[in-house]
Design a protein around this ligand. Structure first.
Ligand SMILES: [Zn+2]
Length: 351
């Protein structure tokens, strides 16, 4: 295989030490992924080494008092945050700092040209974490460290984050909301689901105006609706912004079988979304693409979703298991998206 197609993959057993059995965001999620990748993707996956982010690196994204409070509370055994949804244990701070370090290193090796594409398998996930507090199973905002690394260490001026996790990445949006150098684009279920943010008129603030695009989808949208969003909104927005690096917040909870959401995306849909991002990165960024795992709570779907993403990133044709999992029965008619998409095009100044 052409070495350019190997994917630098960032994983550590320490990510398993942050765990609460019975919680949807438990360590078994990662074990399911790594077990399948070991069996099916050994040709693509290049395991990478990395170190925990230092306090100075953590403070590129988070407030120092939040970092210190989290470290102290974990040292005392951890507990429940965010009204009980987000847990910490005595291992959580170290796992989260290591996850941040993984995202930094995954960006560095891409920027240095050592790998064209990398994928990070961090826990806890990140996109709900704000600069000053934990939320939605997330402690530190993993993908934000990747973006900050590209801006601060390599002098990039335009980084795009595409977030296809089914939940709105409220933390990521908040961190970069006034930053014109980071285009945050989120596809998410809107209505009847956490966190309730991510309306289509939230398009950035002050200097960051125009560098935030929310695509709040009604429940039941399947592959066709997502691909329509790529063709009509995401690709034109990327062409307008011209990213120098693309990051994916890759959650797999928009799959029709996920227990926490009600979308109807299939594994083939995730493969097609990955292909769209690969094509965009080839067009603008010399192929530079970093994937960062977010949510996904059906273990079989999650592991095969990550496998499909890595296969497409590696340039291979994805190996679907739809015949095992089955396809969604009904999708929302894509015509139902007409008025929403028209409104987003207007807000985003897309012709
Ligand atoms: Zn999610």
């Amino acid at each position: 295989m052409n070495p350019i197609n190997r994917i630098g993959t960032f994983y550590s057993d320490k990510f398993l030490e942050h765990d609460m059995p019975g919680h949807p965001e438990h360590a078994g999620r990662l074990t399911a992924i790594t077990t399948l990748l070991h069996r099916r993707a050994a040709d693509y996956v290049q395991p990478m080494s990395f170190e925990a982010a230092t306090h100075a690196q953590l403070c590129r994204v988070h407030r120092l008092n939040y970092v210190r409070d989290l470290e102290r509370s974990c040292a005392f055994g951890g507990g429940l945050l965010d009204g009980g949804d987000t847990y910490t244990t005595e291992a959580s701070f170290d796992a989260a700092a290591l996850a941040a370090g993984a995202c930094i290193e995954a960006t560095r090796v891409v920027m240095r040209g050592e790998f064209k594409r990398t994928f990070v398998l961090p826990r806890p996930p990140g996109h709900h974490a704000y600069a000053d507090h934990a939320e939605g199973f997330c402690l530190f905002n993993n993908v934000a460290f990747a973006a900050r690394c590209a801006l601060d260490e390599f002098g990039l001026e335009r980084v795009m984050i595409l977030d296809w996790d089914v939940h709105h990445g409220n933390g990521t949006e908040s961190i970069f909301y006034d930053n014109p150098q980071v285009l945050y684009v989120s596809l998410h279920q809107y209505g009847g689901i956490y966190p309730g943010t991510g309306t289509s008129n939230a398009a950035g603030w002050e200097r960051g105006a125009g560098a935030n695009m929310n695509i709040p989808l009604p429940e039941g949208v399947g592959d066709k609706g997502y691909l329509r969003a790529f063709n009509e909104l995401i690709v034109p927005k990327a062409r307008q912004f011209k990213p120098q690096l693309i990051l994916i917040s890759a959650g797999y909870d928009a799959h029709w079988r996920d227990p926490l959401a009600n979308m109807r995306v299939s594994l083939a849909g995730f493969a097609q979304m990955t292909q769209q991002m690969v094509t965009l990165s080839d067009e603008f960024c010399d192929g530079k693409l970093v994937g960062v795992l977010e949510g996904g709570y059906d273990l079989e779907v999650l592991s095969h979703g990550v496998l499909a993403t890595l296969q497409v990133m590696a340039g291979d044709s994805p190996n679907m298991i739809e015949d095992v999992i089955g396809m969604p029965k009904h999708e929302l008619a894509v015509e139902r998206l007409d008025s929403l998409f028209e409104q987003i095009k207007k807000t985003q100044k897309l012709a």
